[in-house]
Write a protein that binds this ligand. Structure first.
Ligand code: 3H9
Length: 695
């Protein structure tokens, strides 16, 4: 074995040269990998004893793409294009041996090879779109030539990988193997040599793209079909244009067009935000004082207390991950109702073709309902999801303390209450933690894990690990009212309320946020969640919210009553502006002596989002969040902040903190309201010309 570069080795197995990439953890195409491949191919080509070349990878996966950390830095030779030209132009057959995930630039390497052999468990994809990019090393030109235009469009624009059986059907791989992938590829290469098979260059294939040539309607139709889910993103449009170029231009010109479209994306703010977010999401898994090797409890059995909407949704997450879960409810009818809803949810997914009925039964089979609290005794984790009232929660925790295994983790799904006080109801506060799921709990990816003052490292590591196991994105936060997400949301809500009293209307406020990229604005969100909940809480606390109270007094509780801030047609969730509500708003403004004025969209946006950033700064200073990027992860996964704007803290940095602070000071002067006082951390960073994310 010869080391070609720090990450590529060259080996010989008979007449086959084997180039092995070894660049952990995911064999990304860093400069030394490109260089190693380039030199390895050159050496193997020059060696008369070599008749074929196999490219394979060590470790857990084939090349998972370009090295994302190199984007934005000056390009370092050799470029990936140069390497791929060399591979494709080799006079000796080159075979890719694929295991794990061949993604992005990794799949593009395989497409420059003459043949591909894939492990049965391997996955193949071009996920660049998720980074706000497009496959920029020939992927948009070669993939359609192999799998055809419809499949290529679907793969490139969704970014989702396909499995080996699918890849075989579509001709993306030539052979699928159950055995060791490198050995299988070497055997395949020997066959190619023995049979004197021609070098199959994908660039020369035309039969699968011919049909779409000169047919712009195919692309227009596809564009229309993805319009809703790609709204606001820049990359999908460029991906489609690049595939269209593959169909209509000669290969070399298509490559040139791909390059232009790629460069435009690489320099776009959207891609910058999405690449930032890729690392932010992974960073959130790291907790400075709870290192990755902290032992987490193995969760083999879970229990959920409460069969309400939240409890049912949480139980579904465990069943989806194959973990048996017991749902404990006090009253049998509430239990039946709760489990009935779970079944209905699964059946709805099955009716959309995303689950088979056998899957539904399998998952329902993992969920056991009971009214007997003793059922929690063998659970490794117990998640409480009962009424949001401290005395009730404490009673439940005291009871669980007497029943749970000594080493069980006991979690509360509270969204507002003090986790430390809840933990104090037990004699084992070190085993207690908050696990704040977001509604609907079986759908929303965010999980705020709330660290109590006494939560042990094992408890924290367990909540983080099991969170990932049930397909959530867990972010660790500290104890305070509303934790990170809802605490910031509250600031936005306060301004939304003020804006409608000063002259804006709910549909204008909401439109500003949907134009920004949120799926919905605060008023439509209130209507969806139900306005009665907040009304009841306000009444209990003796707090008033003049417009919301008047709306609730009319029995307008939101979508469920067909009217709230907006009205709704039967069976339709589209919010329709309602003159009755506008009248209420104007009446309330008048009664409060406010002279209404037109408010520009820009002011609305700043007044809604700047206070959130300011609250984020307080949250950071109080160490409720570990890092600014964690706040961004919370907002993207929990509240629909558009990922192509990175998250509130990243967004604030792009605006520049001095400008943001100055605008807040203007609002403060205009309103005379201390609400607008910049948080000390924000003020300090602005003075220093720094951002939240500067190291
Ligand atoms: C591209 O290819 C452009 C081309 O078209 C051509 C351009 C000319 N680079 O996710 P994990 C790190 S664009 C650098 O936790 P998993 C990651 O940050 C690229 N680093 O593991 C993490 O670091 P740390 C297209 C990368 O097993 C560690 O590896 N490709 C890269 O859950 C482990 O990652 C993609 O978009 C990278 N490309 O999942 C694929 N990838 O440990 C992106 C990962 O310090 N990657 N890291 O936190 C993935 O989707 C997943 O990482 C993968 C493994 C599925 C591969």
């Amino acid at each position: 074995m010869t080391a070609i570069s720090q990450s590529v080795d060259l080996d010989r197995r008979g007449a086959v040269a084997v180039l092995t990439v070894n660049n952990p953890p995911v064999n990304a195409l860093s400069q030394h990998v490109r260089q190693g491949l380039h030199e390895g191919i050159t050496q193997a080509s020059a060696d008369a004893a070599v008749k074929a070349i196999v490219i394979t990878c060590a470790g857990r996966t084939f090349i998972a793409g370009a090295d994302i950390t190199e984007f934005g830095k000056p390009p370092a030779d050799p470029s990936l294009h140069t390497v791929l030209d060399l591979i494709e132009g080799s006079s000796k057959p080159v075979v890719a041996a694929i295991h794990g995930t061949a993604l992005g630039g990794g799949l593009e390497v395989t497409l420059a090879c003459h043949y591909r052999v894939g492990a049965k468990s391997a996955r193949f994809g071009l996920p660049e779109v998720k980074l706000g990019l497009l496959p920029g090393a020939g992927g948009t030109q070669r993939l359609p030539r192999v799998v055809g235009v419809p499949k290529a469009l679907q793969m490139i624009v969704s970014g989702d990988p396909i499995g080996a059986p699918d890849a075989l059907t579509f001709g993306l791989i030539d052979e699928m193997t159950d055995g060791e992938h490198t050995a299988a590829a070497v055997a395949f290469a020997e066959k190619v040599i023995a049979e004197k098979r021609p070098l199959r260059k994908i660039r020369d294939l035309a039969d699968k793209i011919g049909e779409a040539r000169g047919k712009p309607e195919i692309f227009a139709e596809f564009r229309k079909s993805v319009a809703r889910q790609t709204r606001g993103f820049r990359a999908p449009g460029n991906c489609i244009k690049a595939v269209e170029a593959a169909v209509n231009l000669p290969f070399a010109e298509g490559l040139k067009r791909e390059r232009e479209l790629f460069t435009e994306l690489l320099n776009s703010p959207e891609s910058k935000a999405q690449r930032y977010f890729f690392f932010a999401e992974r960073e959130a898994a790291k907790i400075p004082d709870v290192p990755g090797d902290t032992p987490a409890k193995d969760i083999r059995k879970a229990a959920v207390i409460g069969a309400g909407t939240m409890g049912g949704g949480i139980a579904m997450n465990f069943a989806n991950a194959g973990i048996p879960v017991t749902v404990v409810e006090v009253a049998p009818d509430a239990l039946d109702r709760g489990l009935g809803i779970v079944r209905k949810n699964y059946e709805a997914t099955a009716s959309r073709g995303r689950l088979t009925m056998a899957d539904v039964e399998k998952r329902m089979g993992l969920i056991t309902g009971t009214t007997d609290w003793n059922a929690v005794k063998d659970a490794d984790i117990i998640i409480e999801a009962v009424f949001e009232e401290m005395p009730i929660k404490k009673e439940v925790f005291a009871k669980l303390d007497g029943l749970a295994k000594p080493d069980a983790v006991i979690a509360t799904n509270t969204s507002t209450l003090d986790v430390n006080e809840i933990a104090s109801a037990t004699k084992r506060p070190e085993s207690v933690i908050g696990m704040h799921f977001f509604s609907p709990a079986n759908v929303m990816r965010l999980l705020e894990n709330v660290r109590g003052a006494k939560s042990s490292k094992t408890t924290i590591a367990t909540a983080m690990t099991v969170g990932r196991k049930i397909a959530k994105v867990p972010v660790l936060v500290g104890v305070c009212y509303g934790f990170v997400g809802n605490r910031m949301l509250h600031q936005r809500g306060t301004q939304a309320e003020k804006l409608i009293l000063e002259g804006a209307l709910p549909h204008q406020v909401d439109r500003v946020l949907t134009d920004f990229g949120f799926p919905m604005g605060p008023f439509a969100m209130g209507d969806l969640a139900g306005l009665d909940v907040g009304w009841r809480i306000r009444k209990g606390r003796g707090v008033k919210s003049p417009v919301a109270d008047r709306i609730c007094e009319l029995g307008r509780f939101g979508q469920k009553t067909g009217a709230g801030y907006f009205r709704y047609e039967q069976g339709d969730r589209t919010p329709i502006p309602d003159t009755d509500v506008e009248k209420i708003i104007v009446d309330v403004s008048t009664s409060m002596g406010i002279t209404r004025r037109p408010i520009a969209d820009e002011e609305i946006l700043q007044r809604l989002l700047y206070p959130m950033v300011n609250e984020g700064a307080r949250i950071l200073e109080e160490k409720i969040a570990i890092r600014a990027s964690d706040i961004d992860v919370i907002w993207v996964y929990g509240y629909g902040w558009p990922v192509y704007r990175g998250g509130p803290m990243f967004w604030a940095d792009q605006i520049g903190l001095p400008a943001l602070r100055d605008r807040m000071l203007e609002f403060k002067k205009q309103s005379g309201d201390d609400f607008w006082a910049p948080a000390p951390l924000l003020a300090r960073l602005a003075d220093a010309g720094k951002g939240f994310l500067d190291k």
